[in-house]
Each structure stands twice: as structure tokens, then as C-alpha cells.
Ligand binder design. Structure first.
Ligand code: HAM
Length: 425
């Protein structure tokens, strides 16, 4: 038997009802905050991610699905292509390619779609997973650097999670400063690690050389006391970065969005500057980040684009759904009615009635005239219908139908004209 590839999975009903309900709700929230959808390809030139996400990141060094797309003719060059591991680089590429900076305004863009990372699969971690993300990007003259944008994005996320029905989330906030701050901090970490690094795990020993910031990400219990004593990022922020971060925090306080400062939160992508954040959820186990994001003020320039500071996030939709299900949230989809034709020649009457009801907004399923009454009732129960509507010869002739509420057993005769209102109340 051929099975779905390791790390990929099929999403089936009724789970897909919840997925759709979440997506409908987030589109509604995005619209209220004036975000509009962008759709970029699921594969891109490999160098976009190498340069955008960062050559030294785990994503680029270990996790990308990359292949060589050979030219058709011998004269045609081959091209290295990669399934997108994330979508910020793609959005910024599109921003540059279409000259969106020339509009002179902020671009508020959102996307929903699959991403691909060759990680070790486990609960909440897949090789094909789905992100719901958004980005605000534009020229500085349009206000793209303002801490007000950071606060708007974070407040929107708090609203979005509340509206999809997630309760137990926590916002972890940090500032990683500008490129120069980070270079100074990295140097300070490298120095501080020198005398102690030999006591640490193999990964930390490697990271201390290549990218000391990543040491903060270490989960090995024995390393924690050493990491706690390392210098803190906040000591290395320059004055403008410090003020920017303080303005973001004041606005969050003013609107009442709760957060915790987590100076050890190191995001896995290199493009971040200043504000970074994650929303975590206690029911998710090891993969506790429901979403992550932050500012990327230099990304456009590193892709040869104009100066275009930005901030955004991506929700792991798979994890959001897991967290909702852990909290007992399920889809509100329901079947109003099951139409049961009873006896020969009744299929066409039932179909006509179902057509009227469905066109009027009733969700209805329909049986077959060869079913006995008992089988129709069983089918209606299994389908989860609220009512069963019997379409027999008498009903078809009188235009009055026997309607039974399955949960209570209450049965009434309802005239055709009243049926829509009756079934939907
Ligand atoms: P990220 O932190 O790499 O950021 O991913 C965002 C979210 O995607 C994670 O918090 C997690 O919920 C989900 N996720 C990541 N990998 C997996 C996986 N293998 N399986 C399931 N879910 C996963 C980004 O991707 C940035 N582009 C976010 C961003 C947008 N920053 C600025 N703008």
C-alpha cells in the first residue's frame, strides 16, 4: 500500500471543518485591520532563502527540500529550486519584483498556505505544515519603522487568537536590536563562553564558534546554569533600539495585551531586527510555539531591494488547531436537515424539496427512496442532522411534511412555505 510520505499528512473531516472555520475567521480579522491577501509560489529560487533566511540557519543548512531543475535543451541552464520553508522571503521578493515600494504606502499583506521543512517529524512538527502569516512592509516615509506597527501587529494577534477561541496563550517578547547591536552582543557572548564552553554540550560548543546567539536556544538541563549567567541582549541595545522597544511595550500596556519579556528567545531566522516575539501554548508539549515573528528592517536590502523595513508573523496553523482541540473547541458546522424520500417515485420530490431548502441556506443531506423508514432515521442520526424531513406520497400531495427533531423525538407537520424558517431556528 502506498502511504502519505513521512512528515506529511491528510487532513480529513471533521477536522477540516475546524480548519476552514479558523481560516474564515482570520480572513475576517485581517480585513478589519486592512490586510489584503498575497499569493506567492510554493517554490522559489534557492538563493532567495539562502540570502533571505540566512546561510547559517538550521532551515537553510539542513531542512530545505531542494532540487536541481535541469534545462530542457542542453543549452538551457539548470536552476536550483526549493520548496518554500517560510513565506517572508517570498513576500519581500514579490514586494521588490513588483515595485510595491513605488506606491509609497504601507503594504499590509497576508497569506495562508503550505510550507516545507525537512525536520524530524513529531506531534506539532511536520515536513509539510501550514502557516497563516502577515507582513507590514513599506518605505520609512510611510511609517514602516514605527513602533506603532509592532504594537498594531501584536494587538491584532491577541484579537485574532481570542476570536478563533484560543484561551491559554502567552506572548513572549524580546528585542534583538539592530545588526550592530547583535554583532556586539555576539562578540560579548563569544568572550563569555570561552572559559566555560568546554563544560557544555556538543551543539553549544559548535554554536559558540559559528553563531553564539544560538547557545541561548539550548535545552540541555546541565547547560542552563551556565546560560543563565551569560550577558543579556538588553545590555547591548543602542539608544534608538532601546526607545523603540520601550514604545512597543508602552502601547501594549495601554491596550492591555499581556506579555512576558523573554531575553533568551532566539528566533531561528537571521533576518530579525529589534522586536521579536512568539505566542506559546501550554498544551502543545515540546513544540509550544503557536506562532512566531518580528521585525526585519534590513531584509529587502539584503535581497537587493530598496530600504523597506517590515514586521510580520506566521501562525503554525497545524499547532493552532491542535491547541484549539486540546481546549475542546470544535467546528460549529451542523447539518440542519436530512431529507428522507419514502417509497417509489419519491426521489424526485425529495430532490426538489432539498433544492429549495439548500438554495435558501439550509444545510441538508438526502437519502434514497429504497431506504426503509428505520434506515432513513439511522442515516439521519449518523449524519448528525438536527431534523429529519419525511417526503412520502401524502406529503408530496399536501405540501405538508412530517418533521422530527432527532434529539427530542418531537414531531410536527410543517407546511412547505414555513419549512426554511422551521429548520433554521
Ligand atoms: P517560524 O518561527 O520559523 O517563523 O515559523 C512560524 C511558526 O510556524 C512556528 O511558530 C510554528 O508554529 C510553525 N512551524 C514552523 N515549523 C513547523 C513545522 N515543521 N511543523 C509545524 N509547524 C511549524 C517564520 O516562518 C517567519 N517567516 C515568521 C515571520 C513572518 N517573521 C516575520 N514575518
Amino acid at each position: 500500500m502506498i502511504k502519505a510520505v513521512r512528515g506529511t499528512r491528510d487532513l480529513l473531516p471533521p477536522d477540516t471543518d475546524l480548519w476552514n472555520q479558523v481560516e474564515e475567521k482570520v480572513r475576517d480579522v485581517f480585513a478589519r485591520y486592512n490586510f489584503h491577501e498575497i499569493r506567492t509560489p510554493v517554490f522559489e529560487d534557492t538563493s532567495l532563502f539562502a540570502r533571505g533566511v540566512g546561510e547559517d540557519t538550521d532551515i537553510v543548512t539542513k531542512e530545505m527540500f531542494t532540487w536541481e531543475d535541469k534545462g530542457k535543451a542542453a543549452s538551457e541552464k539548470s536552476q536550483s529550486l526549493t520548496l518554500r520553508p517560510e513565506n517572508t522571503a517570498g513576500v519581500v521578493r514579490a514586494y521588490i519584483e513588483h515595485g510595491l515600494d513605488k506606491k509609497g504606502t504601507l503594504q499590509k499583506l497576508y497569506y495562508i498556505g503550505p510550507q516545507f521543512r525537512r525536520e524530524r517529524p513529531q506531534k506539532g512538527r511536520y515536513r509539510q505544515f501550514y502557516q497563516i502569516g502577515a507582513e507590514i512592509i513599506g518605505p520609512p516615509s510611510a511609517g514602516s519603522e514605527s513602533p506603532a506597527r509592532d504594537a498594531e501587529v501584536l494587538e491584532m494577534l491577541a484579537t485574532l487568537l481570542d476570536e478563533v477561541g484560543l484561551r491559554g496563550w502567552q506572548l513572549q517578547l524580546n528585542s534583538v536590536g539592530c545588526t550592530e547591536d547583535r554583532a556586539r552582543y555576539n562578540e560579548a557572548l563569544r568572550e563569555a563562553l570561552k572559559p566555560v564552553v568546554h563544560q557544555m554540550c556538543a551543539d553549544c560548543q559548535r554554536r559558540a564558534e559559528t553563531n553564539p546567539l544560538r547557545v541561548l536556544d539550548c535545552k540541555v538541563p546541565e547547560d542552563q546554569p551556565i546560560i543563565e549567567k551569560l550577558p543579556k541582549m538588553s545590555q547591548y541595545l543602542d539608544e534608538p533600539c532601546r526607545e523603540h522597544f520601550s514604545a512597543v511595550r508602552s502601547m501594549l500596556d495601554a491596550v492591555g495585551v499581556p506579555y512576558t519579556i523573554n531575553e533568551r528567545m532566539v528566533r531561528g531566522l537571521d533576518y530579525y531586527t529589534r522586536t521579536t516575539f512568539e505566542f506559546t501554548h501550554g498544551d502543545l508539549g515540546a513544540q509550544s510555539a503557536v506562532l512566531g515573528g518580528g521585525r526585519y528592517d534590513g531584509l529587502s536590502e539584503s535581497l537587493d531591494g530598496p530600504k523597506a523595513p517590515g514586521i510580520g508573523f506566521a501562525i503554525g496553523e497545524d499547532r493552532l488547531i491542535l491547541a484549539l482541540q486540546a481546549e475542546g473547541v470544535s467546528s460549529k458546522e451542523k447539518l440542519d436537515a436530512y431529507i428522507a424520500p419514502l417509497g417509489a417515485g419519491m426521489n424526485q420530490h425529495a430532490l426538489k424539496l432539498a433544492r429549495e431548502l439548500r438554495r435558501a441556506g439550509v444545510t441538508a443531506d438526502i437519502g434514497d427512496e429504497t431506504f426503509r423508514l428505520k434506515k432513513s432515521f439511522e442515516a439521519a442520526e449518523k449524519a448528525g442532522a438536527k431534523y429529519i424531513v419525511i417526503v412520502g406520497e401524502n406529503e408530496a400531495a399536501s405540501d405538508e411534511f412530517a418533521v422530527k427533531e432527532l434529539a427530542t423525538g418531537k414531531q410536527e407537520q410543517v407546511a412547505r412555505a414555513e419549512l426554511v424558517g422551521y429548520l433554521r431556528h
